[in-house]
Design a protein around this ligand. Structure first.
Ligand SMILES: C[S@@+](CC[C@H](N)C(=O)[O-])C[C@H]1O[C@@H](n2cnc3c(N)ncnc32)[C@H](O)[C@@H]1O
Length: 207
């Protein structure tokens, strides 16, 4: 196992939304450089590559849930002419995402709460690095399903450490049993090279 920095430890040990705001408020301006140049963060590129295979149409409307500084949005607009909305709880991270200029709209949202977004709006929801320790809980998937059109996709990563501690496995089974979603992809991929960590990369098709 590799190392984890102090600020990264702090966000993974967040106990409240205030902890999230403070920690990401501190990290927002150096996040991209840390994650990409220093940590070797693999999840955004691998996830965008996978989702792009399932979403062939150029005009797809995608929600980046937990968009952070916009690393995923930036890759999505490079891949296709997607229209992308972003939501996140941290205003500092949202400000960095806005500066990238790749989002149609950005909004402060707590993904652990019901979303004020109409049903069946998005062709896809992508949620990368956000189902993790101290962040967003598996139940948030229910709202992501509600706002995604039938036949659309939900693409997300779950850090392996969190996968083992949470109920993602049984929740995905329940969604399949209830014919709400089909598990189209479940891969284990490198997550952060400097930590030697892995994550699950999941793609659900909404039924
Ligand atoms: C590790 S970052 C990932 C950001 C981006 N998706 C990426 O891959 O670079 C996790 C993000 O989740 C956001 N977050 C944490 N808890 C949240 C919550 N309850 N609701 C919405 N966003 C949350 C944080 O503010 C942070 O921007």
């Amino acid at each position: 196992m590799g190392h984890r920095t102090e600020i990264h430890d702090k966000v993974l040990n967040a106990k409240s939304l205030q902890d999230i705001s403070e920690a990401y408020g501190f990290w927002a301006t150096t996040y991209d450089q840390d994650l990409l140049d220093n940590f070797g963060y693999q999840a955004p590129a691998r996830s965008v590559e996978l989702l792009s295979k399932y979403l062939p149409m150029d005009e797809a409307l995608v929600l980046d849930a937990g968009c952070g500084t916009g690393l995923v949005g930036q890759l999505l607009v490079k891949a296709r002419k997607f229209q992308i909305d972003g939501v996140d709880y941290s205003q500092s991270m949202l400000a960095e995402a806005k500066a990238k200029g790749c989002y149609r709209a950005l909004q402060q949202v707590d993904l652990n709460q019901p979303l004020r977004i109409a049903a069946d709006i998005y062709d896809a929801v992508i949620c990368i690095g956000t189902f993790t320790l101290g962040h967003v809980q598996p139940d948030a998937l229910h709202e992501m399903l509600r706002i995604t059109k039938s036949g659309g996709q939900i693409c997300f990563t779950v850090r392996d450490e969190f996968w083992l501690k949470s109920n993602f496995g049984s929740l995905l089974n329940e969604l399949e049993q209830a014919s709400q979603a089909e598990l189209s992809e479940l891969q284990t991929i490198d997550y952060i090279l400097s930590e030697g960590s892995k994550c699950k990369l999941v793609l659900l098709t909404v039924l």
